[in-house]
Design a protein around this ligand. Structure first.
Ligand code: ATP
Ligand code: MG
Length: 137
């Protein structure tokens, strides 16, 4: 069954949105197969966002991801990668539809509260980066 990596970023944790976000994935019918809370190091954040290393916001983005606790999760279900992105909404919360997590709960692109893998390859890589196989049920 398909799996995706979802992370509640430090702003989402700080704002008390953990249960709200988990609840949206659960209610849709996806299955939580791994979860932990951790503060990623800057080096770890750079590994996670390595695809964006040429972008001007890369350094600030990695500083931010490593600035506080992150809730790392793996969700499983048919179509979870694509539909998970749909639940999350567009990258820029100003452009995310109401009804999506970012559309309902965030206002700025640098503080968009949640991450979701953007395809099957990145899902595989991100799950392997954040979790060891025995942490997955
Ligand atoms: P994520 O990978 O976090 O799920 P995404 O796939 O919607 O988000 P990406 O293009 O992968 O978007 O960008 C990764 C993150 O970088 C975004 O979530 C956002 O926090 C940040 N980001 C993207 N574009 C900008 C920008 N123009 N200015 C500042 N931060 C940005
Ligand atoms: Mg992305």
């Amino acid at each position: 069954l398909e799996r995706t990596f979802i992370a509640i970023k430090p702003d989402g944790v700080q704002r008390g949105l953990i249960s709200e976000i988990i609840s949206r994935f659960e209610k849709k019918g996806f299955k939580l197969v791994a979860i932990k809370i951790m503060i990623p190091s800057k080096d770890f954040a750079q590994k996670h966002y390595h695809d964006l290393k040429e972008r001007p916001f890369f350094n600030g983005l990695c500083d931010f991801l490593s600035s506080g606790p992150v809730v790392a999760m793996v969700w499983e279900g048919e179509g979870v990668i694509k539909y998970g992105r749909k639940l999350i909404g567009a990258t820029d919360p100003q452009k995310s539809e109401p009804g999506t997590i970012r559309g309902d709960l965030a206002v700025g692109v640098g503080r968009n509260i949640i991450h979701g893998s953007d395809g099957s390859e990145t899902a595989k890589d991100e799950i392997a980066l954040w979790f060891t196989p025995w942490e997955l049920v």
